[in-house]
Design a binder for this molecule. Structure first.
Ligand code: ATP
Ligand code: MG
Length: 387
């Protein structure tokens, strides 16, 4: 095989009886993103990927965006002989020296096979000495090195250099399935990313109020869906025509109640589509008190209009922290494109801050909008985004 990678899994290794199913899911999710034949073997705490894939950038992308691993490194596996290990380390060192010409280094060794004739300390010392002989410009710094070469002695010897950060968390598909309410804003893509890292598989749903919201707004949501797709291990986006329900609200609802009744309409449609897709929960980008519809009272009301649990992973987060994650997953610059949102167009000047759930539930019934919601759900268009 052309390329070999060592992958460190994090939280999965804490699993006991059901660890195998998490491992199997992670293996499946990684392979789904690679375009060429690949093989993944598993040893306690480690995955080893052998792949025919030549495009290193795609390998890095595949590994860097798949929840369930903490880090990954290009590696080589060699015979368990100290001379062979030294040579393998030298190859990595030669690459790293180009990157850090006057840099310092350290060898970190780990001996899982206690039958190997050198201790971890001895392996590090021997390999380190050899590198100093071969590349005299090098210096050792065990406390704060510029780069590290790792040696692991297992069934074979594994040698690897730089470790790249993984997404962390658990593999998508290890938890149940949910429906992400994906708007064009900053928050909901981040909410989807965070739930994916807890293993939740998701579809997404977008409420589109054409022509009050433009095709540009829809394109923006599609771009966001494509950007989170790798983390979610692929997703289907349901685009729901929402205009008729919005117009019904404008016509029949008290102005101050419009936003919350609209939210209720959204969760009800999301629930209908979700149930057809084996979904058992909803996910939103709500954050406590960020806007009027996200006060405790407002959230209590919208939650009461569905039987599904609503996960709100951003509930306790500051906007600043949300933006940091949005920047990291590259959704921020798309989210801030100035295309109007269906909620802003129809939103009242003075929305309710402390709604009375019982009163709002009655208002919702008075709308007699259930048929309209059902029709909207049926007319939803599904678009699939590959991981
Ligand atoms: P976001 O940045 O995610 O748009 P927001 O701060 O703008 O959130 P709201 O507009 O109040 O907050 O929306 C709260 C949540 O409701 C969103 O995070 C999203 O999950 C859902 N939502 C709002 N509008 C839509 C929409 N048009 N389609 C799908 N979901 C939506
Ligand atoms: Mg929004």
């Amino acid at each position: 095989m052309k390329n070999f990678y060592l992958i460190k899994i994090g939280e999965i290794s804490l699993k006991k009886g059901n660890r195998k199913s998490f491992e199997k899911q992670l293996r499946f999710n990684i392979k789904k993103k690679l375009h060429s034949p690949s093989k993944i073997t598993i040893q306690r705490g480690r995955f080893f990927l052998e792949t025919e894939e030549e495009d290193i950038n795609n390998i890095k992308y595949a590994l860097g965006t798949t929840p369930g691993m903490v880090s990954f490194s290009r590696a080589v596996k060699v015979e368990k002989k100290i001379e062979t290990i030294k040579k393998a380390a030298l190859n990595f060192a030669k690459e790293l020296v180009i990157k850090y010409p006057s840099g310092t280094f350290k060898i970190e060794s780990r001996r899982a096979d206690k039958g190997f004739s050198y201790t971890s300390y001895e392996i590090s010392a021997l390999v380190g000495e050899y590198l100093l002989e071969e590349l005299p410009s090098l210096k050792v710094d065990v406390h704060n090195p510029d780069w590290i070469i790792n040696v692991e002695i297992r069934n074979l010897a594994y040698v690897y250099g730089a470790q790249e950060k993984g997404a962390g968390g658990l593999p998508v598909g290890s938890a149940a399935k949910g429906m992400l309410l994906l708007s064009g804003g900053i928050d909901s893509p981040v909410a989807g990313y965070l739930m994916a890292k807890r293993g939740l598989r998701m579809d997404a749903i977008y409420f589109h109020a054409y022509p009050y919201t433009s095709d540009d707004a829809l394109e923006k949501v599609k771009t966001l869906a494509s950007k989170i797709a790798p983390y979610l291990s692929g997703l289907s986006l349901f685009v729901v025509p929402f205009t008729e329900f919005q117009l019904l609200l404008k016509q029949k609802a008290e102005e101050e109640e419009v936003t919350l009744l609209m939210r209720a309409g959204m969760v009800k449609i999301a629930e209908m589509i979700s149930k057809e897709r084996d979904g058992t929960c909803l996910v939103t980008g709500e954050s406590l008190s960020q806007v009027a519809s996200q006060t405790v009272e407002s959230i209590n009301y919208t939650g009461s209009e569905t039987n599904l649990t609503i996960f709100r992973p951003l509930i306790g987060m500051d906007k600043e922290d949300i933006i940091k994650i949005a920047t990291k997953i590259d959704t921020f610059n798309t989210s801030i494109l100035p295309f109007e949102d269906c909620c802003t167009i129809f939103s009242p000047k003075h929305p309710l801050l402390k709604p009375d759930t019982t009163k709002l539930k009655k208002s919702f019934i008075m709308l007699e909008g259930e048929e309209l919601l059902k029709e909207a759900a049926e007319k939803a268009e599904r678009i699939y985004f590959r991981p």
